[in-house]
Design a protein around this ligand. Structure first.
Ligand code: CS2
Ligand code: MG
Length: 402
């Protein structure tokens, strides 16, 4: 079998997505997600202008060799654009192999280690009261785990709140919007939020929270300690993760489980965190973390250190990533939880898929390959619109972390 064509497809059914479709001389094709929120066209060009010519004529079954070729051959290693491009090609090659051998990808990855993939939903509200009510709606839908985010009194906007109920799309058309942030105001609200949720729903439901890169290590230690009575499943992105060692301080002050890694793009971003057990869940994802092939390396390294996975799964990762993530999640021994931010109905129509939700779990289905497709006729209706994630400044105007 030989690769004969590589298409880079850009569509915007509710938000921008970039998809690679790799065709072969035997008629089998594979799909990969290449979406990098706010920098989509950079990855599209990396694939179209630099990667695609090198793939033509190659044997798509040689997944590992092609991964090594694209990683080592780039010379300029790592980074979100490069690793998203490699991740997209990798997903498509696993899709081709599964289809050609007529098996779902998880069977190629060693088979299922579990019956289903526990997911978490995203309850949010402008006020604590609204957020508490939203948690109830997710519990009623059967979710076993719910992330809870609430607005902060005195701040017009904050991460994770608004722009949809079942999904949360932070990117907006035009130039980046500017949010104003106050850590003090935020830290004053979070403990009350979880006290109210536990009071209302008890302790059976797993609760998660995303601090979204906004705290210093000691602030994260303080928040983690204040949340200990509410037994969170995890506190995510408590501290910007470039400085892995900073988590040593957080770990000294709290037993609240910590999760980080959605912005990581290779295992090298996480080795200190894992080797020193500074985190409990690694959030790297298939699309931004170099594909299924590299994520298996990261998961194996994490498993040695008793760290579990908790893959990123936001609206800006397409159904192709969700499908690939579920095959990966099903097959690894140290699976923790999968984020499941639903997509818009238009997105689900452009990307018909085999994965299904039931009673708080997702399953990838048993269609050959990844079990997801791409409807060109519908995709054409949604042309690309440049969109950016917001930026964030402190109340005095200082540039900060969104
Ligand atoms: C978030 C994301 O899902 C999460 O945990 O951190 O919503 C993130 O803000 C977006 O994926 C950025 O594009
Ligand atoms: Mg996050």
């Amino acid at each position: 079998m030989k690769i004969t064509d590589v298409e880079v497809l850009v569509t915007s059914p509710g938000r921008n997505f970039v998809t690679i479709r790799i065709r072969t001389d035997e008629g089998v094709y594979g799909l990969g997600d290449a979406t990098l929120n706010g920098r989509e066209l950079a990855v599209a060009s990396y694939l179209r202008d630099h990667v695609a010519p090198c793939l033509i004529g190659r044997n798509p079954f040689q997944i590992e060799d092609i991964w090594q070729y694209l990683y080592r051959g780039a010379y300029w290693r790592r980074g979100p654009v490069t690793m998203t491009a490699i991740g997209a090609v990798d997903m498509a090659l696993w899709d081709i192999k599964g289809k050609a051998l007529n098996v779902p990808v998880y069977e190629l990855l060693g088979g299922a280690c579990r019956n289903g993939v526990m997911v978490y939903g995203h309850a949010n509200g402008q006020s604590v009261g609204e957020a508490v009510e939203a948690v109830g709606r997710y519990i009623d839908m059967g979710y076993k785990a719910v992330r809870v985010q609430a607005g902060v009194p005195g701040l017009k906007a904050t991460y994770g709140v608004g722009r949809g109920d079942l999904f949360y799309e932070p990117a907006g058309e035009g130039l980046p919007s500017e949010d104003v942030w106050s850590t003090e105001k935020y830290l004053a609200t979070v403990p009350e939020l979880f006290a109210r949720v536990r009071e209302e729903y008890g302790r059976d439901v797993h609760l998660l929270h995303d601090a979204h890169h906004r705290l210093t290590p000691i602030e994260a230690g303080r928040l983690g300690r204040e949340l200990e009575p509410y037994s969170l499943f995890w506190l995510e992105d408590a501290v910007p993760a470039e400085q892995q060692e900073a988590f040593r301080i957080v770990r000294q002050h709290t037993t609240t489980p910590l999760a980080v890694g959605e912005i990581f793009n290779t295992i090298h971003d996480a080795t200190v965190l894992l080797r020193e057990n500074l985190i409990d869940y690694l959030r790297m994802t298939v699309v931004h973390g170099g594909g299924i092939t590299h994520l298996r390396t990261a998961a194996a390294y994490a498993a040695v250190h008793q760290v579990r996975t908790g893959c990123h799964g936001a609206t800006d990762l397409s159904p192709v990533t969700m499908a690939a993530a579920l095959h990966f999640d099903l097959s690894i021994p140290n699976f923790g939880i999968q984020e499941y931010m639903r997509h818009t109905p238009e997105t689900d129509e452009v990307f018909p898929h085999a994965y299904t939700f039931s009673d708080g779990y997702l399953h990838p289905g048993d269609a050959p390959g990844l079990g997801v497709d791409y409807r060109d006729d519908l995709a054409e209706r949604y042309p690309y619109k440049r969109a950016y994630l917001p930026v964030s400044r402190l109340e005095d105007g200082t540039m900060f972390n969104w």
